[in-house]
Design a protein around this ligand. Structure first.
Ligand SMILES: [Zn+2]
Length: 228
């Protein structure tokens, strides 16, 4: 399972390339007469290579496994039966503190419960999406769908298309037309797609605006020091 692959650190938020040196795994094979048959529990440890971070992530994966009679040391694995994110407990990305705290709180909670309750996660994500549109764009209407529609002329076409694409997905779309507090029934993929959308909007709107302002202020300050 271990190889070189791109990884986004959940602690420092850096996109890094993991090497063999920063990963390790161990597998515990067991049967013990359990009704599911031969199983294997693999624990994976990944350490962030960023010298200022060096945090580790720990994941457990449970799979079916059968000893291969032809090759002593090969144990073919089935698809994962369970995946436990042990440390950190959620897939939430680091959000800068200049994003309003109710938005960060909803996003983090939606990430935390995504696997346990996709419907609760999606409900929080819709509230988070509404919070972003209201705070960033100052658009406030009774229904989320009307806010999304008003956004169309204010944002770039590709961003709006991605919001609209997620909006059109099954239950999410149907329930954007209703009260934001209605609990909706969604599958984990739908809940995940909403979270990815929120991450993208935070990056494209809040973070991009902040970086642009920082960059321009640095230019203004640099120009000011040149004055005699
Ligand atoms: Zn890190």
């Amino acid at each position: 399972m271990t190889q070189t692959f791109p990884w986004s650190c959940p602690y420092c938020g850096r996109d890094v390339t993991l090497t063999l040196a920063s990963q390790s795994e161990e597998t515990h094979f067991f049967h013990n007469g359990n009704k599911e048959g031969s199983l294997a529990l693999t624990t994976l440890v990944v350490v962030c290579p960023n010298p200022n971070c060096r945090e580790f992530a720990l994941t457990g994966v449970l799979r079916h496994s059968k000893r291969n009679s032809q090759f002593e040391n090969q144990y073919p694995f089935g698809d994962p039966l369970e995946i436990w994110r042990l440390k950190p407990k959620s897939s939430a990305k680091q959000i800068p503190a200049y994003v309003p705290s109710p938005i960060i709180d909803d996003y983090r909670e939606a990430c935390l419960i995504k696997d346990l309750s996709p419907k609760a996660s999606a409900t929080l994500s819709r509230r988070c999406l509404q919070g972003i549109i209201r705070d960033y764009w100052k658009i406030s209407k009774a229904r989320l769908i009307d806010e999304v529609l008003e956004l169309k002329d204010k944002t770039d076409p590709l961003t709006w298309q991605s919001i609209d694409a997620v909006r059109k997905i099954g239950n999410i779309g149907a329930h954007m037309e209703k009260d934001i507090n209605v609990i909706i029934d969604v599958d984990p993929n739908e809940a995940d797609m909403l979270l990815r959308l929120i991450e993208m909007l935070i990056k494209d709107w809040y973070i991009a605006r902040h970086e642009r302002e920082a960059h321009l202020n640095a230019l203004i300050n640099a120009a000011a020091t040149k004055k005699v």
